[in-house]
Write a protein that binds this ligand. Structure first.
Ligand SMILES: NC(=O)c1ccc[n+]([C@@H]2O[C@H](COP(=O)([O-])OP(=O)(O)OC[C@H]3O[C@@H](n4cnc5c(N)ncnc54)[C@H](OP(=O)(O)O)[C@@H]3O)[C@@H](O)[C@H]2O)c1
Length: 308
């Protein structure tokens, strides 16, 4: 089968589109014939060696949507079922086939195609787990989302709105209309305004940026509020100093949560935002775009023609 692998860590040029053996499912695993694969910043962080040493060669990619090809996961998924999943690191999403534990898999949303479904797993789970599992965001509460136009942010804005929260999003000016169109009540242009000058007394901040943005976020929370970051570590004593709670997200691959997200999407409450679709063979270009840190929504690789 065709796959995009790395044999060494480095720049986009280490991504090799090549022939590799098809993976065989083990106990509790199913094999998925991949139709589309989502691209995440984590992919280029792994490629660069920023996530640590890993066995090489390695097939890249974490997010897939496709059709069950071989089922060995008991009665949960049958061959022919249309599914999506966040696979474990190294299992490979940038490929024609992957094997995955059936607990990591869910039926794909009925109302959208494979391309949009492949955009969901990592970013959708990150947004869902940050807002609901960690911060416990509730109807009527307020949330500030940093990086609201990105992969995680564009899901977070929509999930928070669906929950009935008041949503403030930060991005650059070109994304103002976009953020309002997906449900942001307020927009802050981080290039022209300091968010702490215009927002405060918030229940939750979701930080997907880190650095100075993370540091300045403590002060905009109300006492007991929650700061969740997808990137920054929580400094010792930080939450106590500001009288708030804080946690760094570590996204779990969870088929049941993916199924909940699929339901919200099928209720037409949330829609994945896919702005770029490239063939699998152009994974290098996808990485270059993602590394710019200024893409809107998600980039997805098309692996095979949509069977529908
Ligand atoms: N811990 C975990 O489990 C976990 C899970 C998922 C993601 N992550 C991490 O979370 C981060 C975000 O992921 P992602 O997929 O959302 O990334 P992404 O799609 O690449 O984010 C791009 C977005 O960031 C915005 N942005 C850049 N600088 C900004 C700033 N200073 N303030 C506000 N917005 C800014 C850009 O908006 P403009 O173009 O308007 O500037 C752009 O829309 C990544 O570092 C990723 O690795 C971690």
């Amino acid at each position: 089968m065709k796959a995009v692998r790395i044999h060494e860590f480095g720049g986009p040029e280490v991504l090799k589109y090549e022939d590799v053996p098809e993976p065989q499912p083990g106990t509790g695993e199913i094999r998925i014939r991949i139709i589309a694969a989502g691209v995440n910043p984590m992919d280029w962080k792994i490629r660069k060696g920023l996530v640590g040493e890993m066995p090489l060669p390695m097939t890249m990619g974490l997010d897939v949507a496709g059709v069950v090809d071989v089922g060995q996961g008991g009665a949960i998924f049958q061959p022919g079922e249309e599914v999506f999943a966040k696979v474990s690191m190294g299992q490979g999403g940038y490929a024609e086939y992957t094997v995955v534990n059936s607990m990591q898999v869910a039926k794909k949303p009925r109302s959208i195609g494979f391309i949009e479904s492949a955009a969901i797993p990592t970013a959708g789970l990150a947004a869902w787990q940050s807002l609901f599992d960690i911060a416990g965001l509730k109807k009527g509460q307020s949330v500030l989302i940093h990086g609201a136009a990105g992969g995680v942010g564009s899901f977070a804005v929509q999930f928070a709105k669906w929950k009935g929260a008041y949503v403030i999003g930060t991005a650059s000016g070109k994304n103002e209309q976009f953020l309002k169109s997906i449900g942001a009540d307020e927009f802050i242009d981080y290039k022209n305004q300091r968010f702490e000058d215009v927002a405060g007394n918030l229940d939750v901040v979701l930080d997907t940026i880190g650095g100075d943005t993370f540091e300045r976020s403590w002060r905009v929370l109300k006492p007991g509020g929650f700061l969740v970051s997808t990137v920054a570590s929580i400094p010792e004593g930080g939450p106590e100093k500001y009288g708030v709670r804080a946690k760094t997200l570590m996204t779990r691959s969870d088929g049941e949560e993916l199924a909940q997200i699929a339901n919200v999407i099928d209720e037409q409450q949330v829609k994945p935002v896919v702005t770029t679709v490239l063939p699998l063979s152009e994974a290098q270009k996808a990485h270059e775009m993602s590394e710019s840190r200024h893409t809107r929504g998600k980039i997805v690789l098309r692996v095979a023609e949509d069977p529908q």
